[in-house]
Ligand binder design. Structure first.
Ligand SMILES: Cc1cc2nc3c(=O)[nH]c(=O)nc-3n(C[C@H](O)[C@H](O)[C@H](O)COP(=O)(O)O)c2cc1C
Length: 258
């Protein structure tokens, strides 16, 4: 039986990953395991407590995950003698490209013991949202899966598989800067609708929106198109591919303002 406390480092653009992470936490705590949640965007990977079990939680993006998540993972400390246990969860709309494989390689090389990986299908926060009922069923199924994963972790029955071959290619492609350069251009601000509230700048996990009171916000380099600004803009004034889009969010705004 797993006994140690767990620290989960999570990133979520629009809340799907948080929902699953929080369900996992609540379920693990039923087994008397204390679970702390930390935002990846606010955490320094060098300061993680390697006496704890570590969890990583993130959305799939471009068949792997966001550069900000890779950046956190790449800077996790190398372990010398210790064998810290680590697990991962990701949420995705349909196909992850096998991100679990390259992640396992990286973490194993750093000396972590990879104890479990699970992927959770959730509503897409990128393409046109499906009907509410379809989305609700996906969420329900994944919340149940999170409960089962918690039990597997505690009973030390979880595993971390990998898709041989494919996944390393996917990580290579996902890593290309030109891909992210073009992706960041898909998000833009519609000044005709903007009320200069500055919320988008406050929410942006990569500080890619500059805002001065009384002025329109300006997008600068570094956006990873996580959809958070689009999801929560009170005016729906942030465009995807130059068009207004249906706002998708799985949680309340407050989670990201804390
Ligand atoms: C820029 C971007 C790229 C995405 N790429 C993929 C992908 O390659 N495969 C996939 O299944 N879902 C993809 N998705 C969908 C998200 O992974 C999915 O909706 C996820 O649950 C969102 O989690 P979050 O709400 O925690 O940000 C992508 C979403 C965005 C915004």
């Amino acid at each position: 039986m797993l006994k140690k406390d767990i620290d989960i480092y999570w990133f979520s653009g629009t809340g799907n990953t948080y929902l699953i992470t929080n369900e996992l936490k609540e379920e693990l705590e039923k087994f008397n395991i204390k679970v702390n949640l930390f935002k990846i965007e606010k955490s320094n990977p060098k300061n993680i407590d390697t006496d704890k079990i570590i969890g990583l939680a993130f959305p799939v993006a471009v068949q792997a995950t966001y550069p900000l998540v890779w950046n956190f993972i790449d800077r996790l400390p190398n372990l010398e003698s210790k064998n810290t246990k680590i697990f991962m969860i990701d949420t995705l709309a349909g196909f992850s490209g096998g991100v679990v494989g390259p992640l396992k390689n990286i973490l194993s090389k750093k000396g972590y013991e990879c104890i479990g990986a699970k992927e959770f299908i959730m509503p897409s926060n990128y393409s046109k949202p499906k009907e509410e009922e379809v989305n609700r069923k996906k969420v329900e199924k994944s919340l149940k899966k999170a409960k089962d994963f918690a039990k597997d972790l505690v009973e030390e029955k979880s595993n971390w598989g990998r898709v041989p071959g494919v996944s390393d290619v996917v990580k290579y492609i996902n890593n290309r800067q030109f891909i992210w350069n073009s992706i960041q251009k898909t998000v833009s601000i519609n000044n005709d609708k903007c009320i200069k509230c500055g919320l988008c700048a406050k929410l942006c996990p990569t500080n890619s929106i500059r805002f001065n009171k009384g002025e329109y916000p300006i997008k600068v380099d570094g956006c990873e198109s996580c959809m958070r600004c689009i999801a929560f803009c009170p005016q729906n004034a942030i465009l995807l591919n130059k068009k207004e889009t249906t706002q998708y969010k799985a949680v309340n705004l407050e989670l990201f303002l804390k």
